[in-house]
Ligand binder design. Structure first.
Ligand code: NAD
Length: 456
């Protein structure tokens, strides 16, 4: 059945209908209409999946997608046009252009933590660029997956875009087929499986993966504001955000002050009984809940620590100075546990940062411009912010993606359009002249050939 769906899309792409930008646009307009009409239902589905607060569902899922969709609808016609580039004397006379060509049949596999955003955003980018899409959302956010499947079915014929609901078996069955592009968002562990499978057919991939995102706070930082922005970015979605700060590296001289402010904002945002707050999400899967609970064993908890198995609730938790070899510091936390580690001087920072693979995000809170610049220049990471957290997601003009273990490729807005388009280079030569020097028998003196670089 999956093989049939893939074949249907393969045949459909060969009709060349999606090469017409107005054709794509008309479907994306319909999608826009359905997303607006179903926004409440989408938020309800997100709430059913993991009690995602309404505000967060709107602000971090539906509105982000609608904003990006609007931006793409406005610009896609322009982006689709071929671009003329400078010709060279070697080809004189010629007109040289770059064409944006859809890859063909795209597979999108998405995770559960922002199940709507991380499915619809790549889907929209792939359609805008003229591809067909099969989306496989996560099995751990079934209500959101269902509603996306319903909306997509209403808007697109299945040979153009369709949703395959299911888990690992469905994902594997999809991967067994040949794709023209695979876009995967999820863990680095599964990312490696996807990459291997794509390599079978030399299929290009985007891998949006995970990492241990540092948040550096130095003694020049505006501590109160830093604490407020860290608490927001870390505990949004109960810490299940790929770009959430994973751990804090704070200069010892301001450590106590920062901890005091972090505690203050935790209470101010969520109240003293956080389990009663309607503004705080839950852990999505039991496995992940157990893993997070285990990470707290033998740690010095400065705040929080309460876990309620029923409902998979984990209180926002601050942990003091965990060992680097503890399970808390081994890999990405991806939950509401926030280790706080003190450092003395700037020279101590690499000990921590270089202990981990290149992360997806890095945050630095500092008023020291030299320090800000140094951190940005010296370390590899997907992207980041100076003096805030997570908000890089809110600018569609910036490419969003990791580097090294945290991913391959960046998307959003025009970056998505470019990512899902092969850039085809075409030279159109004129026939009225044919410079003879490149043809055998070669009669040009060798010292002339050495000057050919001026022609390219
Ligand atoms: P995951 O890697 O377990 O699953 C992601 C998708 O892959 C799901 O659709 C799942 O069904 C499928 N899958 C799982 N195992 C598979 C296998 N063996 N073969 C084929 N397909 C398989 O990720 P998750 O738990 O759903 O999401 C959390 C992870 O995603 C975190 O590590 C987080 O950092 C990462 N993430 C990254 C980004 C980003 O933009 N870089 C965004 C969100 C989440």
């Amino acid at each position: 059945m999956i093989a049939d769906a893939v074949k249907q899309q393969r045949d459909f792409f060969q009709t060349h209908k999606t090469k017409n930008v107005q054709y794509r646009r008309q479907f994306l307009k319909r999608l826009q209409h359905e997303l607006v009409a179903n926004e409440d239902a989408i938020c309800d589905a997100l709430y059913k999946d993991f009690k995602k607060p309404r505000f967060e569902a709107l602000a971090t899922e539906t509105q982000l997608v609608l904003s990006e969709l609007k931006h793409i609808l406005t610009n896609m016609e322009f982006w689709s046009k071929s671009v003329r580039v400078k010709s060279t004397w070697a080809n004189f006379p010629s007109k040289d252009r770059i064409y944006s060509e859809p890859y063909g049949n795209v597979l999108v596999i998405s995770p559960w933590n922002y199940p709507f955003l991380l499915s619809m955003s790549p889907l929209i980018g792939a359609v805008a660029a003229g591809n067909t899409v099969i989306l496989k959302p996560s099995e751990f956010s079934p209500n959101t997956s269902r509603i996306m499947a319903e909306i997509v079915k209403k808007v697109f014929p299945p040979e153009y875009v369709t949703v395959v609901e299911g888990g690992i078996p469905e994902s594997k069955a999809l991967l067994a087929n040949k794709w023209d592009y695979i876009f995967f968002t999820g863990s680095s562990r599964v990312g490696k499986i996807i990459y291997k499978s794509a390599a079978e057919h030399l299929t290009p991939v985007t891998l949006e993966l995970s990492g241990k995102n540092p948040c550096i706070v130095d003694e020049t930082a505006a501590i109160k504001l830093a604490a407020k922005r860290i608490v927001w970015g870390k505990f949004l979605n109960a810490g299940q955000t790929c770009i959430a700060p994973d751990y804090i590296l704070v200069q010892e001289s301001v450590k106590d002050k920062l901890i005091k402010e972090l505690k203050y904002y935790l209470v101010r945002f969520y109240g003293k009984n956080i389990e009663e707050s309607g503004d705080y999400a839950r852990i999505t899967t039991s496995d992940h809940y157990d893993k997070l609970k285990g990470k707290l064993e033998n740690q010095e908890v400065l705040y929080g620590g309460k876990c309620i198995d029923e409902g998979k609730f984990i209180e926002p938790t601050l942990v003091n100075e965990p060992e680097l070899n503890s399970t808390l510091m081994q890999d990405e936390i991806f939950g509401p546990l926030l280790p706080i580690i003190g450092y003395k001087t700037e020279a101590d920072i690499p000990t921590y940062l270089l202990n981990f693979e290149k992360p997806l995000a890095l945050y630095i809170f500092s008023r020291n411009k030299k320090h800000q610049k140094k951190i940005v220049n010296q370390y590899g990471f997907g992207g980041g912010i100076i003096n805030d957290t997570v908000m890089q997601i809110a600018n569609k003009n910036l490419p969003f993606g990791g580097v090294g273990q945290s991913g391959i490729g960046g998307y959003h807005g025009k970056h998505s359009f470019d990512l899902f388009s092969h850039k085809k280079a075409i030279i159109k030569k004129s026939n009225w002249i044919d410079v003879p020097i490149r043809y055998a028998p070669y009669t040009i003196p060798v010292n002339w050939v050495k000057k050919l670089k001026h022609l390219f």
